[in-house]
Design a protein around this ligand. Structure first.
Ligand SMILES: [Mn+2]
Length: 356
């Protein structure tokens, strides 16, 4: 990442992390504060001379673990005073429009009417698309933990258990193996529920012959993985096995299509054309994949509406699926690292059909 280019056109950058539910991941991306601190209501200011974290005394211990200057406030009036000192005589300040709420933006505008606030959101997100070696090592660890869980969870499946119960075991296995937390609320879908890609797990009980679709991830030092495996509990019928075979082949086509310089849209087209050439035409109802990083959905990647060109160092998911309403669905998802020639699969859990 090189912020100096950005700083040529403005007098500084102001990142605001409001806290749940409006997190600015750029705050953590730049400060590298990945292990502790929530940094609710905290600012990060960067100009050519300095980088300063402005945070409350609740976060003081964590903030000082960064190598940046730290200014601590006890009350909001003190926070305003620090901001005033820092932004004095500035004319153009870059902020991320996608994480400033209108309320906070108006507040800033009213305190500093003379400053022009420019949107740097797309520039920051393009910095974040290509991961450096340090970030890749964290995503690899998150992927390794998720892969362990995808295999180990099979030992916990029992007839009559609910989706939520299996989701709890998934969380347990992830955290036991080093995850900070779930990357997102795990999707555990039994039987016909697996036909809904964004299903929310509930009290459906596991029966013999059910698909068991598990879509989950590990968060490790704030970086995420995202994996999906679909198993059959008991023995599957021919239709289930055929859907699985098609999705597995589609996913292999997607992984093989990835390399530096390739438009993400073309990867989606190749995967979609294959599925549409089978009896499941039109039943792949979402895009092939997205970027993964500090956010689970870090940036658009493999989809018809994306103009992204894949670059070495990006990490994207490849996750085709086929969904038959009332019957069930299969999705297989891996995280892959884009390389000069090809892709490295980071989530290594087996993909041959497993009948539990
Ligand atoms: Mn995904």
């Amino acid at each position: 990442m090189d912020l100096s280019d950005l700083l040529k056109d403005m007098d500084g950058i102001l990142i605001y992390n409001q806290g749940e539910p409006v997190i600015d991941l750029n705050f953590f991306y730049i400060t590298k504060l990945l292990d502790s601190g929530i940094f609710e209501g905290s600012y990060l200011f960067i100009d050519k001379e300095k980088s300063v974290i402005i945070t409350s005394e609740l976060e003081e211990t964590s903030a000082k673990k960064s190598n940046l200057d730290v200014r601590i406030f006890k009350k909001n009036t003190e926070k305003d005073e620090i901001l005033k000192q820092i932004l004095e005589n500035k004319k153009k300040i870059g902020i991320s429009y996608s994480t400033f709420t209108i309320k906070e933006f108006n507040n800033l505008k009213s305190k500093f009417p003379e400053i022009e606030f420019l949107d740097i959101d797309s520039k920051l997100s393009s910095f974040r698309q290509v991961k450096d070696d340090f970030e890749i090592s964290l995503i690899k660890e998150a992927a390794r933990i998720a892969s362990i869980a995808a295999e180990e969870i099979i030992n916990y499946m029992k007839e009559g258990m609910t989706e939520n119960e299996l989701a709890a075991y998934l969380t347990y296995i992830l955290m036991k193996n080093g995850a900070q937390e779930n990357a997102f609320t795990p999707i555990v879908a039994f039987g016909e529920n697996s036909a809904e890609p964004h299903y929310f797990s509930g009290s459906r009980k596991l029966k013999k012959g059910d698909f068991v679709l598990l879509d989950f991830g590990a968060r490790y030092r704030k970086y995420n993985s995202d994996i999906t495996r679909t198993y059959i509990f008991g023995s599957g019928n021919d239709k289930q096995k055929r859907i699985y075979e098609v999705v597995k082949e589609a996913q292999e086509i997607g992984i093989r299509a990835i390399k530096d310089g390739k438009p993400g849209k073309d990867v989606d087209t190749e995967v979609r054309n294959f599925i549409d050439s089978t009896e499941f035409k039109g039943l792949f109802i979402h895009s092939t994949g997205h970027g993964v990083g500090l956010a689970v959905h870090d940036h658009p990647a493999l989809s018809q509406s994306s103009d992204l060109i894949l670059r070495e160092g990006m990490v994207v998911t490849v996750e085709p699926g086929v969904y038959l309403k009332g019957f069930g669905g299969v999705r297989i998802e891996d995280d892959v690292l884009v390389k000069r020639e090809g892709a490295e699969v980071l989530t290594t859990a087996p993909k041959d059909l497993i009948e539990v």
